[in-house]
Design a protein. Structure first.
Length: 304
């Protein structure tokens, strides 16, 4: 009797949790679909608009995530040292892109709007702080809800870790996509291309790590690759949203660039770098980070 009642209570709790998840999921899908349709319509009428560049840039980043996952189809295993180095390299690339393709243009845009050096710095600093706080809050909400659902389903520890990592990667792809969109809404297409290139480079090892996490948890090679690729699909949608919003409100561009910079900076420091140091390969990862930063510094000059 107690066992039956326990199962009934568990089923009811799981039903409520899943019901909320499906409702939230349906809302997000509808919203994303609306943005996608708006983007396609905008592209049809204004083929030279910034939104086209944002969608293409976000699509390139999503494709890079999928490409990064492909080696799992043919390779038996990758050493943790290898993908820790790749994550470190990607972190360096993203840090340089955040500085040179988001923060510096944000300061320039604030000055162009008539702000003084001091007021422009304050606006950009506040935007960076707000972006970091927003991602921190979003991670807490999503992380707590995901953990609750996985706990109630009583999945194994390895599967739980894998899916929490997938959720973390998909979550931080949102500010990456927004950053691409905001950059393309700005006045310098060169900076936007540089940023999209940097994010795409960084997404390759991320796709590999997600696929490896799922593969280690017992999923098939194809399933692991497909879910890893799917984790990047949010980027073109977020890019379209960012470009559409900040193309209309050009006065908000400095704050938008700074907001995206803060979000990306927090993700790099809080998620990507710690993951690259979590297997005892911190020195290798740090060397790779410096190499990635140097490469992106050179590319920032070459691509603009």
């Amino acid at each position: 009797m107690d066992v039956s009642a326990g199962r009934t209570q568990f089923g009811a709790r799981l039903g409520r949790v899943l019901g909320r998840r499906w409702a939230i999921g349906a809302f997000l899908v509808l919203g994303a679909s609306a943005v996608a349709v708006a983007a396609l319509l905008h592209l049809a009428w204004e083929p030279g608009a910034a939104l086209r560049g944002a969608v293409i840039g976000g699509g390139a980043a999503a494709l890079a995530t999928a490409i990064g996952a492909l080696p799992v189809l043919c390779a038996r295993e990758f050493g943790k040292r290898t993908y820790d180095a790749m994550l470190g390299f990607g972190s360096g690339v993203m840090l340089a892109a955040t500085a040179f393709s988001l923060i510096v243009p944000a300061l320039a845009a604030a000055r162009a709007n008539g702000g003084s050096a001091m007021s422009s710095s304050i606006v950009v600093g506040a935007g960076i702080a707000l972006g970091a706080v927003l991602i921190l809050m979003l991670e807490k909400v999503v992380g707590h809800n995901s953990q609750t659902l996985l706990d109630e389903r009583r999945v194994s520890a390895s599967v739980k870790h894998a899916w929490m990592f997938v959720a973390a990667v998909a979550l931080h792809n949102i500010p990456e996509g927004l950053a691409i969109g905001v950059a393309f809404a700005g006045p310098d297409a060169g900076d936007a291309r540089t940023l999209a290139t940097a994010i795409s480079i960084q997404d390759v090892p991320e796709g590999l790590v997600v696929a490896l996490a799922l593969r280690t948890a017992g999923y098939t090679r194809m399933t692991s690759v497909l879910f890893a690729a799917a984790s990047g699909l949010v980027e073109p949608l977020a890019a379209a949203f960012g470009a559409a919003m900040f193309s209309v409100a050009t006065g908000m561009l400095p704050g938008g660039l700074a907001l995206a910079a803060g979000a990306m900076l927090f993700v790099i420091v809080n998620n990507v770098i710690p993951e690259s140091h979590s297997h005892g390969n911190g020195k290798v990862s740090s060397i790779a980070l410096v190499a990635g930063f140097i490469l992106m510094t050179i590319l920032d000059t070459a691509l603009t």
